[in-house]
Design a binder for this molecule. Structure first.
Ligand code: ADP
Ligand code: GLC
Length: 493
């Protein structure tokens, strides 16, 4: 008999609203909530980082013994609460030495040297917690390299209690693979027979994501296009052949958006609410934003926004390369982000040179991210690669037309403006060159100035599109059932 309600153990290194550096946290906050709403029994597990105030959580009695190979057994405390607006429980693994630090993965750009141990610890603690709670998962859902040891751990070190659990690994970003000194195999306690190029070895080092891909019953990534791309040398970061070898269990599922959070008709961060058919508020948001960034307050000039990590992935090199040229045009640009120091300096310096036309906020600000989505006319996202990308999807809902490179989730969500049919929801270019970006921005700006009807029709279409988590959760459910069926067959053999 097919079981309707599944027990799902969902483990991630960051979850909104508790800790976030990027989209992984948005997904880890929203997908479990959507699965719970579909009637499943989900628990989420993440570290209790220093920044998460214990006072807001409930302490769970008892402590977890986590076997760490040569390091012996280490002990962790456990805290819990529920996800906001949900009754799905989230558990926090508390360990001063590993997680009582300022950053999640690094301190000011410098990665912690024991990240292998920190996240192998999280992975193992999740198994021990599950046992302590008497929670017997049908599905163990791991995310990115941090928890990619879990699929093999379920078949080796923890097989006694988790033999029936099927494993799913989601790749949010293939660039980060968890590449470490090979001694991590001893900490995992899985046996050196798993250290070979088909499993955890890459050039005599431990590659956690590679091993996770080999052992998970199903692997997903966050858009259909990216699922194809990662099988090629351009996007595979060296794992393309390995991924091709496992392509029969690879699925692309586009991320959803939490429309309770990102919706101009109810957004508490923005100057004035608006919606399709009532766009007046958007102008108030634009003026507020121009004021905030010290730009000329003009309704008639196209305002272009960027929100994101200052990382090469996001095409910041391309933006830096075209900035001087774009500043010769009648347009305004604002940027919000942090990351690579050269970019922080370069753009800050440019804001001085082009004051009144170009503004930047170096830092992390959720409120400002919402205000940029709401007040801009166009959104810039020229990523070199983009597994899914959330900002362009938020932009659509706010009628802020994205200018993107046709890659990954950007390609799956943005329909290029078609001059002949005068439809589309954004502007796209294929080749990641400065010329392509430059001329695509100029093209978007010329439509803004010269074809106001087409621009407004695109905005209307964009705002009516729906990328809900309900649909994505239904697709994950199919993958879970596939993984469970596969596991059953294996157990019969
Ligand atoms: P990635 O996960 O690669 O960083 P996504 O587009 O999937 O890219 O998700 C990025 C998320 O982080 C979005 O929710 C975005 O609004 C947010 N974000 C990124 N940088 C900042 C920042 N400086 N301030 C506020 N939010 C940010
Ligand atoms: C990654 C990707 C981004 C994706 C996010 C959530 O950080 O870079 O494209 O949207 O994960 O899946």
């Amino acid at each position: 008999m097919v079981k309707k309600q599944l027990n799902i153990l969902f483990v991630a290194s960051e979850v909104v609203p508790f800790a976030k550096t990027g989209g992984l946290a948005d997904v880890s906050g929203a997908l479990p909530k959507a699965l719970k709403e579909r009637g499943h029994n989900v628990i989420v597990v993440m570290p209790r980082y220093y920044q998460i105030d214990k006072g807001t959580l409930t302490h769970v009695e008892g402590s977890l013994g986590v076997p760490m190979g040569p390091m012996g057994e280490l002990w962790a405390g456990v805290y819990t609460t529920t996800l906001p607006e949900s009754d799905a429980s989230i558990y926090f693994i508390d360990h001063e030495q590993f997680f009582g630090r300022r950053g999640l993965y690094d301190d000011n750009g410098e990665s912690y040297s024991d990240n292998d141990n920190r996240f192998i610890f999280l992975s193992k603690a999740a198994f021990q917690l599950s046992k302590m709670l008497g929670f017997s998962p049908d599905i163990i859902h791991a995310n990115d390299w941090h928890t990619a040891a879990m699929p093999l751990l379920a078949r080796t070190r923890f097989v006694h209690d988790f033999a029936n659990a099927a494993t799913v690994l989601t790749i949010h970003n293939l660039q980060h693979q968890g590449n470490f000194f090979k001694g991590g195999i001893d900490v995992m306690e899985v046996g050196w027979e798993h250290f070979n190029p088909m499993e955890f070895e890459s050039f005599d080092r431990l590659n956690l994501l590679k091993g996770g891909i080999a052992h998970a019953d199903a692997v997903t990534t966050v858009s259909k296009r990216y699922a194809q791309e990662i099988q090629t040398p351009e996007f595979g970061f060296g794992l393309q052949d390995h991924i091709r070898a496992h392509a029969s269990k690879l699925f692309g599922i586009l991320n959803g958006v939490d429309y309770d959070e990102w919706n101009p008709s109810v957004d508490s961060h923005i100057a004035k609410s608006f919606d399709v058919g009532d766009m007046e508020g958007k102008l108030a948001c634009k003026r507020a934003l121009q004021n905030h960034f010290g730009l000329a307050v003009r309704d008639d000039v196209p305002l272009i926004g960027f929100v994101g990590r200052f990382a090469e992935q996001k095409g910041i090199g391309l933006i830096a390369g075209v900035l001087d040229g774009l500043m010769q045009q009648d347009l305004q640009i604002i940027m919000l982000g942090t990351g690579e120091k050269w970019a922080e300096h370069y753009f800050s310096e440019a804001a001085g040179r082009y004051s009144g036309k170009f503004g930047i906020h170096v830092g992390y600000s959720d409120a400002l991210a919402h205000q940029i989505e709401a007040g801009c006319d166009l959104f810039l996202m020229p990523s070199l690669f983009e597994p899914c990308g959330l900002n362009q999807i938020y932009s659509l809902r706010y009628g802020t037309l994205p200018i993107v490179r046709a890659t990954g989730g950007l390609d799956d969500t943005i329909e290029n403006f078609n001059e002949a049919h005068r439809n589309g929801n954004g502007f796209k270019f294929e080749i990641p060159t400065q010329e392509a970006l430059y001329y695509t921005v100029l093209w978007a700006v010329s439509i803004y100035y010269n074809d106001k009807n087409a621009f407004a029709a695109m905005q209307e279409k964009a705002m009516q599109m729906h990328f809900g988590w309900d649909d994505a959760a239904a697709e994950y459910e199919k993958v879970y059932r596939y993984a469970i069926a596969k596991r059953h067959v294996e157990q019969l053999q």
